[in-house]
Design a binder for this molecule. Structure first.
Ligand SMILES: Cc1cc2nc3c(=O)[nH]c(=O)nc-3n(C[C@H](O)[C@H](O)[C@H](O)COP(=O)(O)OP(=O)(O)OC[C@H]3O[C@@H](n4cnc5c(N)ncnc54)[C@H](O)[C@@H]3O)c2cc1C
Length: 462
């Protein structure tokens, strides 16, 4: 049977079978579901045969069953904000877009948990929690538009993760539609629980390759108190690395972020913040211990920065001033994007290897003749070396690709990971076995057990 025939039969089936959500076949609309936000010059995308937009678990089940009957690949999709091509379409596939499953099913303030549908945008969960005087911690920089389902499928991280952990740390239980269309519940509502394998954690970060998340129960916490902020400038990457090490060993900042000189210069060019763009790095830290305790905490961190060689360390407990200090960090990626096409990496290394990573990134930029601006989550050793290139120039694309490969190999050589938060998707697939080693076969065995015909997001992740 050809792929086209299978797709045609799937369309007939979807049109006549049990409801599977709004069915989209208009080529112009289908085209808008082809890609996520990964660099188009480097990450391929196919054309889906159809998109379905279910509103209920039963509709997701109907869609998956129809796809399974005709052996058509299924690509789950949230907001399409991914940066690794994880939600990119495969030719002739069925895209299951969860964008219409946006309900807060339950918010139980006494049990500090919420149960939501997967298409709910992270910000909307945060706002719902806030109305109950509670806090949902995972905060990817895309929180205003990415979905909880996408966050779970990529185990998304963010600025607050250094203190509150990643998406997996906030996850209690899931409802998942499996490749044969069954809906199963894994995990629990209780805060602790060790019965059975931790299947909720297995699905978290599985990038749509094992099942479709149709409901998630997540942990809420009391809201943080008011924050104080530190911004410190360093003459060398080594001195910034020493400060990160000292802070990580001795304090619990709620944010610990770094920006290198290339990124500082890009920010100053796009939206001047009066930053000293001759320094090697800027470090931002926050403490959310509240009032005087927060200020004491960042003052202490400022002292450690100065001992490590910082030329300037400013602290404040004024929220507006703190936001101004943090503004430069928030502008990092937009400022680099302002300079050309970008290839954003998200490697992670053990904390002690951050200076070696930063040195290596500078070396790689020189060797490949590319601009690389680096910023990221210093407190988690998860950095975003971002290659700026000209997507119309094949030579520039080739150099960007080679530099990207060198960055990933550098992270592995330093005992790190190919992806700290964005996922393997299509972008990092070629590097995965280099990290998994002997565990690669175990990963493939899990995939075969849950998706024996390889229908969920084939060619991505594992
Ligand atoms: C400006 C910007 C900033 C970003 N900042 C961060 C950041 O700080 N931290 C971070 O971790 N990421 C960040 N990202 C990347 C992206 O936002 C995250 O990966 C996010 O979790 C993706 O959510 P989404 O809803 O857009 O999912 P999509 O991009 O639609 O999908 C991502 C993956 O999840 C799968 N998927 C989606 N929904 C489901 C579901 N219900 N069930 C099963 N699989 C599913 C898809 O198949 C795909 O493999 C950023 C992206 C942008 C554009």
């Amino acid at each position: 049977m050809t792929a086209a025939t299978a797709a045609d039969r799937l369309l007939d089936d979807l049109a006549s079978g049990p409801p599977a959500g709004d069915l989209v076949t208009d080529p112009e609309v289908l085209a808008s579901y082809r890609r996520d936000q990964a660099a188009p010059a480097l990450v391929p995308a196919g054309m889906p045969a159809a998109v379905v937009r279910p509103r209920t678990t039963e509709e997701v089940q109907a869609a998956v069953r129809a796809a399974a009957r005709h052996q058509v690949p299924v690509v789950p999709r949230g907001a399409g904000s991914g940066l690794s091509g994880g939600a990119n379409a495969i030719d002739g596939c069925l895209v299951v877009s969860l964008e219409r499953m946006t309900d807060v099913v339950e918010l139980d303030g006494a049990s500090l948990l919420a149960t939501v549908q997967p298409g709910l945008v992270n910000l909307n969960l945060r706002e719902a929690a806030e109305r109950e005087g509670l806090f949902y911690a995972p905060d990817p920089a895309s929180y205003e538009f990415s979905t909880i389902g996408g966050n779970i499928a990529t185990n998304a991280g963010g600025l607050c993760c250094v203190k509150y952990g990643v998406t997996r740390d906030a996850l209690l239980g899931l409802e998942v539609v499996l490749a044969d269309g069954r809906a199963v519940r894994v995990g629990r509502r209780a805060r602790k629980g060790v019965a059975g394998y931790d299947l909720a954690s297995l699905f978290c970060g599985s990038e749509g390759t094992l099942g479709i998340v149709t409901q998630a129960t997540v942990r809420l916490i009391p809201p943080p108190r008011s924050s104080a902020t530190l911004a410190a400038s360093f003459p060398t990457l080594g001195s910034a690395g020493a400060a990160i090490a000292k802070i990580s060993r001795n304090a619990t900042p709620s944010v610990l972020e770094l920006m290198d000189r290339t990124t500082i210069q890009a920010v100053e060019r796009m939206a001047p913040q009066e930053l000293d763009d001759t320094v090697a790095a800027l470090l931002f830290a926050r403490s959310d211990l509240g009032g005087a305790a927060a200020l004491r905490a960042v003052d202490e961190m400022a002292r450690w920065c100065e001992e490590a060689g910082a030329t300037l360390a400013l602290t404040t407990d004024e929220e507006a001033e703190g936001r101004m200090l943090m503004a430069a960090r928030r502008l990092a990626y937009p400022a680099l994007e302002h300079q050309g096409a970008t290839l954003l990496d998200d490697v992670g290394v053990p904390l002690g290897q951050i200076p070696a990573l930063l040195d290596g990134i500078e070396r790689i930029a020189g060797e490949h003749g590319v601009t690389i601006g680096t910023f990221g989550h210093a407190g988690d050793g998860n950095m975003h070396p971002t290659i700026v290139f000209d997507h119309r120039d094949p030579d520039s694309v080739a150099r960007a690709r080679a530099a990207f490969a060198a960055l990933v190999r550098l992270a592995l050589d330093l005992g790190g990971t190919v992806t700290g938060e964005h996922g393997v998707g299509l972008l990092k697939r070629g590097f995965l076995d280099g990290e998994l080693g002997e565990a690669a076969e175990l990963n493939h065995a899990v995939k075969r057990a849950l998706d024996p015909h390889g229908l969920f997001n084939p060619g991505k992740g594992i």
